[in-house]
Design a protein. Structure first.
Length: 307
């Protein structure tokens, strides 16, 4: 059913497009994206899903008349910019910024989105076509973990969204109306590989090796304790925030380990709750990526790579 909806949306967009076309180019991918304004109610919901605040820096890709960037600046004080290849749209967007007195916070550039530096963004918004999203995906996955990506109507293939909302959009397609899907992704930290952890358990240092497999934000793995492997349970990764647990025998007794922490490159830090028949404690933990996987691996789903 969802695939059918995607096909219908892709068919409706060209019917509703204005005369000006935004030409987007990247290496061997040259898709065209029609200009179809995002209804204001959808803009508001996109910003809410992206949890946009005054502390964010927002970049809108294919910014059209600039309504997403301008709304964020006016409503929350958010700084940022939009890019579009159509000079008419850029002129409209900068005029809107002036009318709404937010030129100190935002601006708009006539620029190829594939050639735009996105590293400053904490939030990226877009209303592109599926093939453009997929072409852009490797660049988005290189952004800082925790960066929020919000897309109107179109997904990113096998990179499943962290959140998906469907809403009625009465003003869509020049008033024809219809449903709008809004997707949110949180750029995940890269944790695939083996990590070495040392914890004090009942006053004795205990060595662990934790190995993760990863496809985007979906993770699984095993922990090796005293030469015995146990399955990791409840593993969740949201940006750079990581939680997981496992039960293993330590110092002659079964101990449940419940980890939460943050990932920074080749290091993890946080707290772990230890519980068993003989003990209950909460201690600090840190981990380093094992030397054989010290190079941060690419993201699963990119061309010819395994995470």
């Amino acid at each position: 059913m969802q695939q059918l909806m995607m096909v219908l949306k892709a068919a409706l967009l060209p019917l509703a497009m204005a005369a000006a076309m935004i030409e987007v180019q990247a290496a061997d991918v040259r898709p065209s994206v029609p200009y179809v304004p995002t209804p204001q109610a959808v803009v508001d919901r996109m910003l809410a899903m992206g949890r946009v605040t005054a502390q964010d820096y927002l970049i809108d890709l294919g910014s059209g008349d600039g309504r997403i960037v301008v709304t964020a600046a006016k409503k929350f004080g958010t700084r940022g910019f939009g890019v579009d290849l159509n000079p008419v749209r850029i002129s409209e967007a900068n005029d809107s910024a002036r009318r709404n007195n937010v030129t100190d916070k935002v601006t708009f550039y006539q620029r190829d989105l594939f050639e735009t530096d996105l590293t400053q963004a904490t939030v990226i918004t877009m209303y592109l076509l599926p093939r453009v999203n997929i072409a852009l995906r490797p660049k988005l996955l290189e952004l800082k973990p925790g960066t929020r990506l919000v897309s109107h109507d179109f997904d990113m293939g096998d990179w499943k969204a962290d959140e998906l909302v469907r809403m009625d959009a009465a003003d869509k397609f020049s008033g024809a109306g219809g449903d709008s899907d809004i997707y949110l992704w949180i750029v995940p930290a890269r944790i695939a590989g083996a990590w070495r952890v040392q914890l004090p358990v009942s006053g004795k240092p205990q060595n662990y090796e934790v190995s993760f497999e990863q496809q985007f934000q979906q993770i699984s793995g095993t922990a090796r304790v005293n030469g015995r492997a146990v399955k990791i349970e409840g593993a969740k990764l949201r940006g750079d925030e990581l939680t997981f647990s496992f039960a293993a025998e330590v110092n002659g007794g079964a101990v449940k380990h419940e980890f939460n922490g943050r990932v920074s490159g080749n290091e993890m830090t946080g707290q772990v709750a230890l519980s068993g028949s003989r003990m209950a404690a909460r201690v600090e933990w840190n981990a380093e990526r094992a030397a054989r996987t010290a190079a941060i691996p690419p993201v699963a789903g990119e061309r010819n790579t395994v995470y």
